[in-house]
Design a protein around this ligand. Structure first.
Ligand code: 4AD
Ligand code: MG
Length: 462
């Protein structure tokens, strides 16, 4: 049994042998004695042309009536056809039906809208667009692991259920065994968490960073790669409630090192996917985003731009007439501003550094100016923010003061503060939004189309 991808890699090796290929019917055409099936098995972007003749397959009439979507296995001989459109075709001697399909199969051989395909998330991986997207997703995940493993990073698994809100944005999904409609209450009327499984409020994690810091203080260089959850009600093309994040964390390092790592990782994974998924990217380049391949090549070949938040605000203020939200020092950059900077000003990825402390999370290291923190976001054309990171506050007294100022209880984070008590060191890291990376690699505009089963406000059907 051979996968179609193997045929495309080395068709000569199978030229005279009898092979079996299993997959799903994309289309059937036939005349009285000769028929053709376009077969797809998901191993690669391209399909395989099956030729079946009344003389050679005994169930010819039955095969000619197979519906689109049927699962079949085909035994036959591979014929190399270098002159034809397809480099080879499989001449069937035996075709067996594993599972029939019906004439009203929801995926017919025509172009369906992505909106329609979103409503059949269980079937859409069988289409060209989604098979390309999800194969790229798989390759990119492997490429990321390869990058970090080759550099000796330790892959750290951080908890999905947690009591801490790393980003402090209050976007946590509660995890509880109590009946939300009727929780047990203490005498004063407040919820009695003693009867809850964890005996205190727990939530799904928004980031593995705080635990990754613990691991980095043991291993020096670590990374996480796992799901994160945010109850962000923003109904945008780039926010999901459940998304995957890659969070490297490095010790004895400053903001500059964090940026160097991010740039090297981005270039490595782009190169890796260009090398391993050329057919998928060529399809995206043709049907999703015409400039995709040139743009990716440019990213790999050139240095990323760098600008401080303060400089970026000066640039953006000159264009305030173009924005819905006007920019001024102290405001957070919105998607429209991020896109403007990276698409109109720099025309390539750009690191924005040293944001105002007020708009960033508690753990970021205070700069000398006392107004900004050593934060960095990486913005890319077409998307805006793809990475958010920082150097961390390693000074115990500074961090404690900051937490109190923000109304946090340092006792809740005693373990996090311990890292600053025992062998504290300069360190930092970042979070890469995996779905945003896949959008960037494929040109796909909506995060719902790079997640196999997207969870966004009002949608968790599948
Ligand atoms: O900028 P964020 O919130 O940073 C953190 O969570 C840090 N703790 C990371 C770190 O320093 N270790 O999120 C990081 C990235 C964003 O740049 C974005 O790409 C992605 O995660 N992201 C989302 N992706 C999809 N849907 C959402 N709702 C997202 N929120 C953030
Ligand atoms: Mg961010």
């Amino acid at each position: 049994r051979v996968k179609i991808a193997e045929l495309y890699k080395n068709s000569e090796a199978f030229g005279t042998k009898t092979i079996t290929v299993c997959g799903w019917v994309r289309s059937v055409r036939d005349s009285k004695t000769l028929g053709f099936i376009d077969l797809n098995d998901g191993s690669c972007f391209k399909g395989l042309q099956i030729v079946f003749e009344a003389e050679k397959v005994e169930n010819f009439a039955e095969v000619a009536k197979y519906n689109v979507g049927a699962a079949i296995c085909v035994k036959g001989e591979l014929l190399l056809t270098p002159q034809a459109k397809q480099p080879f075709e499989l001449h069937a001697t035996e075709i067996t039906l594993e599972g029939a399909s019906t004439p009203d199969y929801p995926l017919q051989k025509k172009r369906h809208s992505v909106e329609y395909l979103r409503s059949i998330a269980h079937l859409r991986p069988r289409t060209n667009l989604f098979s390309a997207a999800f194969r790229v997703r798989s390759a990119a995940a492997y490429g990321i692991h390869k990058f970090f493993q080759e550099q000796g990073f330790v892959y750290a698994h951080t908890p999905l259920i947690t009591a801490s809100d790393c980003e402090g944005a209050g976007e946590m999904f509660r995890v509880t065994t109590l009946d939300p409609a009727n929780p047990p209450r203490k005498e004063d009327g407040t919820v009695d968490f003693n009867e809850d499984f964890f005996q205190k409020p727990a939530s799904l994690t928004v980031s593995g960073q705080l635990e990754a810091e613990c691991m980095a203080m043991a291993f020096g260089q670590v990374y996480t790669f796992g799901p994160t959850f945010r109850a962000e009600k923003s109904y945008t093309q780039r926010h999901a409630a459940e998304f995957w994040m890659i969070e490297p964390e490095i010790a004895f390092a400053e903001l500059e090192d964090v940026m160097e790592l991010a740039e090297a990782m981005m270039k490595y994974v782009i190169r890796y996917v260009m090398d391993t998924c050329p057919q998928d990217l060529a399809f995206c380049n043709q049907f999703v985003d015409k400039g995709l391949l040139d743009r990716l090549q440019n990213v790999v070949d050139n240095d990323f731009a760098r600008v401080t938040y303060t400089e970026a605000v000066e640039i953006l203020k000159k264009h305030n007439d173009k924005f819905e939200y006007k920019v001024d020092w102290g405001t957070d950059l919105q998607t429209e501003h991020e896109k403007f900077l990276t698409e109109q000003i720099y025309k390539r990825p750009v690191f924005v550094t040293n944001y105002p402390a007020e708009i960033k999370a508690f753990y970021m290291r205070a700069n000398e100016d006392d107004k900004t923190v050593a934060a960095v976001d990486l913005l890319v054309p077409g998307i805006g923010e793809i990475i958010g990171g920082s150097q961390r506050e390693e000074r115990l007294d500074v961090l404690e003061t900051k937490m109190k100022k923000l109304g946090m209880n340092p006792e809740d984070y005693w373990w996090y503060l311990d890292l600053r008590r025992y062998g504290s060191t300069r360190h930092g890291g970042y979070g890469l939004g995996f779905e945003r990376l896949i959008m960037y690699l494929t040109g796909i505009q909506n995060i719902r189309d790079v997640l196999p089963f997207p969870r966004t406000t009002g949608s968790a059907e599948f």
